[in-house]
Design a protein around this ligand. Structure first.
Ligand SMILES: [Zn+2]
Length: 414
């Protein structure tokens, strides 16, 4: 089996997984959905064929285990997520699982066992599409899952606990982590870059230095509904005007602080009628920076700005912090092995930070993490136009394979 053949298989499998969707005309695969079940079943079949034992954990994560040549050894975790955003591309998430699986397949084909076990994880939720909370899968694996989330409801009124049960999981026994840190060698994730840097440098892959911190905040402005023809402008408490002013403040602040990115990507207007003044607007706020202090400072400034807008307009404000993640540095030793693998396979080495969040950021609570980015066309992601080349996937397989080899040497392969 050549690496080229393996790369073609990875591309075909990403195509197959891209067909498992909750929507007929685009790819949308939320947590614990029918489409996710189809994806897990397909990947489980490929894992078994590659000599792995397969289980679905209590949250719904898919776990394939490839045993070491002897018992009582440590375990290396590989993988990424199998859920998607709405109207997604085929590679964000699944590519990392498929590249890891390809490496196991290649070991299995020559009956090779390593001095450590490998588990390939297909996380059931990273994007947070269904419950507006990201990283459910990796949080379950690391034992940092917040049980209060089980009561959250989705758009159809189904609680997270019900969804997990319907998917074959067990919400009652979630919080316990499976692993002790000393049983693990680390976690290595292959992922599309989701940005334009590697393409601009004409590089197939790059090593991630750190994963940017991120805050997700729900901002709600509540004013008063009224007839658009009868309520004079001076007497209005228009929630949408307050929200609009806030959105532009977010942009203005982010433009003025180097390295800060802040986005309002979602807005719900109530009652949402053309001849009624908006009574309530709920919007999402996403704030990221490579520096934790700068990120927190920006959030405080924006909260102050939202309060000021509310006061001026007699509109009430509800500021709810949904999620906050610190900057996560990738582990120097494990990343060093990835870097060495890139150089030994005759590719130029480039190290870059990740502006997007990843499962690796959560796994860092449990073990050392490293990430390999793969170039994606135009830096586009979270969109059907997301694309990677078979040649770049082949490089990713070659590098991950070399990485496993270097880890074997480090762990004292005979
Ligand atoms: Zn992803």
């Amino acid at each position: 089996m050549t690496t080229q053949t393996s790369a073609h298989t990875v591309m075909q499998r990403c195509d197959i997984l891209g067909g498992f969707s909750e929507e007929p005309d685009c790819l949308t695969r939320p947590f614990a959905s029918r489409a996710m079940r189809q994806a897990n079943e397909a990947v489980a079949g490929w894992m078994r064929a590659a000599g792995m034992t397969v289980q679905q954990d209590k949250l719904g994560n898919l776990i394939g285990r490839y045993e070491a040549h002897s018992i009582g050894t440590k375990t290396l975790l590989l993988g990424s997520h199998l859920d998607t955003v709405r109207n997604a591309g085929k590679y964000d998430g699944p590519l990392g699982v498929m590249v890891a699986l390809a490496c196991i397949e290649r070991l299995h084909a020559c009956q090779q066992r390593l001095p450590f076990a490998i588990e390939v994880l297909g996380f059931a939720d990273e994007e947070g599409l269904r419950y507006q909370r990201a990283y459910l899968g990796s949080k379950a694996v690391t034992g940092t899952f917040d049980r209060e989330m089980l009561g959250l409801i989705d758009a159809k009124g189904i609680t997270m606990a019900e969804a997990i049960r319907a998917f074959g999981g067990d919400p009652d026994s979630l919080p316990s982590a499976r692993w002790q840190p000393d049983e693990l060698l680390g976690y290595c994730e292959v992922h599309i870059e989701q940005g334009p840097v590697l393409e601009a440098l004409d590089l197939a892959v790059g090593v991630v230095s750190a994963i940017a911190g991120q805050n997700r905040i729900s901002v709600c402005f509540t004013g008063e509904a009224g007839h658009t023809g009868t309520v004079p402008m001076a007497l209005r408490r228009d929630a949408l005007c307050a929200a609009a002013e806030f959105v532009l403040s977010v942009e203005a602040l982010a433009r003025s602080v180097p390295g800060l990115v802040a986005t309002v990507g979602q807005m719900a207007v109530q009652p949402g009628v053309s001849n009624v003044i908006a009574a309530q607007v709920t919007l999402s706020l996403d704030v990221r920076h490579r520096d934790d202090t700068q990120r927190e400072q920006a959030c405080r400034q924006l909260e102050g700005r939202a309060h000021a807008i509310g006061l001026t307009r007699s509109v009430a404000l509800n500021w709810q912090r949904l999620q906050g993640r610190r900057v996560v540095a990738c582990a120097p030793q494990l990343s060093g092995l990835l870097a060495q693998a890139i150089q030994e396979t005759a590719h130029p080495l480039h190290t870059l930070p990740s502006g997007a969040g990843h499962d690796a950021a959560i796994l860092a609570d449990l073990t050392e993490v490293a990430m390999l980015f793969v170039r994606c066309r135009g830096g586009i992601s979270h969109h059907p136009a997301e694309a990677v080349s078979t040649e770049d996937v082949e490089v990713a397989i070659t590098v991950l394979e070399r990485f496993l080899h270097l880890l074997c040497e480090r762990e004292g392969h005979p």
